[in-house]
Design a protein around this ligand. Structure first.
Ligand code: ACM
Length: 352
């Protein structure tokens, strides 16, 4: 009995020291997140409120909103009104295979799809989350995934090198006026979200033939430092960290980069696409040939490492193929319930 008690006390001390929150024998990662891509498909504030109700029951505490991407810009920015008057709308296409290049951005089509959150909508959502212990985390994806931005403000786009057939969806961040634009957007985000809210700056999937790794690193580091100096922790996807950007929290999504990212010694939020991409099919019956399946067992099999660098975990819902609230909830649950079981059970159950 004495040995059992000593082991238990040591375990609680260990968990507290490792940056995780331990309450009365429970083990809770500090970051317990769900992510929703509201760019590819837009979800009304009421849907996000419904999702937060469910998240609160399950003790999730972060709702990460992927607010901008190629197919739509979803947050009112008063300095740059065309981001939403133009960038939040696109020609409605029939359901079918997803190819962002087919999405024509603009509000001038007979049948438009889109929508955005006004700043008042966002203030209400922030307050709704806060009442339920959930912090909303905004993401402005930089410097790529910017097609909607660049239809609204074409003068901000890179010029692909002659003969290069790649798309124009990258901000020309080497130009001072483009950095001014980005800082202006971030200023408005910081006016809207309470100080201390982490701001996700994206940083994923930019082709180095179009923007060199040095240009990407220099720009991302400047923006990380810009928000941090104002009291907003910065987050980026793992590409930026692997490319040498420092001082931010890293969101790991490429499972194959796990060892590399963990070796950097920066705070990490784990959302590997091997286990926590909940837009992937949840059973073999739903999967196309060769598609990676993430079942409830896959989620259960993930061990949250006891590392002082790991802030926590997050499941991501990308919405290329999630067009309706019903589908969003169908894809989120029950896998998000299984992930939530881990918040309180994994360590204590497995280590004792
Ligand atoms: C990502 O899935 N590109 C973060």
């Amino acid at each position: 009995m004495l040995i059992y008690l000593i082991r238990r006390v040591l375990l609680v001390v260990l968990l507290c020291c490792s940056g995780l929150i331990a309450h009365a024998g429970e083990y809770r990662p500090a970051w317990r997140g769900l992510h929703v891509d509201v760019s590819r498909h837009f979800f009304e504030p009421a849907v996000l409120q419904q999702l937060m109700d469910r998240m609160a029951e399950l003790k999730y505490n972060r709702l990460h909103l992927h607010l901008t991407d190629g197919p739509g810009w979803r947050l009112e920015i008063k300095r740059y009104p065309r981001l939403t008057s133009v960038g939040a709308w696109r020609k409605r296409l029939p359901a079918g295979p997803w190819d962002w290049r087919k999405h024509e951005i603009g509000n001038h089509f007979t049948e438009c799809y889109g929508g955005y959150y006004t700043q008042d909508d966002m203030r209400r959502l922030i307050a709704y989350g806060a009442e339920r212990g959930i912090m909303l985390v905004p993401e402005i994806d930089l410097p790529g995934h910017a097609y909607a931005t660049l239809v609204a403000y074409p003068e901000l786009a890179i010029e692909p090198p002659p003969g290069c057939k790649l798309g124009r969806d990258i901000l020309a961040v080497q130009r001072p006026e483009v950095r001014r634009f980005v800082r202006g957007v971030l200023d408005e985000i910081m006016e809207l979200f309470p100080q201390g809210t982490p701001i996700h700056l994206g940083g994923d999937e930019v082709d180095e033939r179009l923007l060199s790794s040095e240009q990407q690193r220099d720009f991302m580091q400047e923006m990380v430092d810009y928000v941090q100096s104002r009291g907003y922790p910065a987050i980026t996807w793992d590409e930026a960290a692997c490319n040498g950007v420092r001082r931010q929290w890293v969101m790991l999504w490429r499972a194959e980069k796990y060892e590399h990212v963990m070796s950097l010694g920066q705070p990490v939020i784990l959302s590997p696409n091997s286990h926590f991409y909940f837009d992937y099919p949840q059973s073999a019956a739903e999967a196309a040939p060769g598609e990676h399946v993430i079942t409830t067992e896959t989620v259960r099999s993930f061990r949250i490492p006891d590392s002082p660098h790991v802030l926590g975990v997050q499941a991501n819902l990308w919405t290329e193929h999630i067009r309706t609230p019903e589908r969003l909830f169908y894809m989120a649950f029950p896998r998000a319930e299984v992930l939530a079981e881990k918040f309180i059970s994994q360590s204590v159950a497995e280590q004792n």
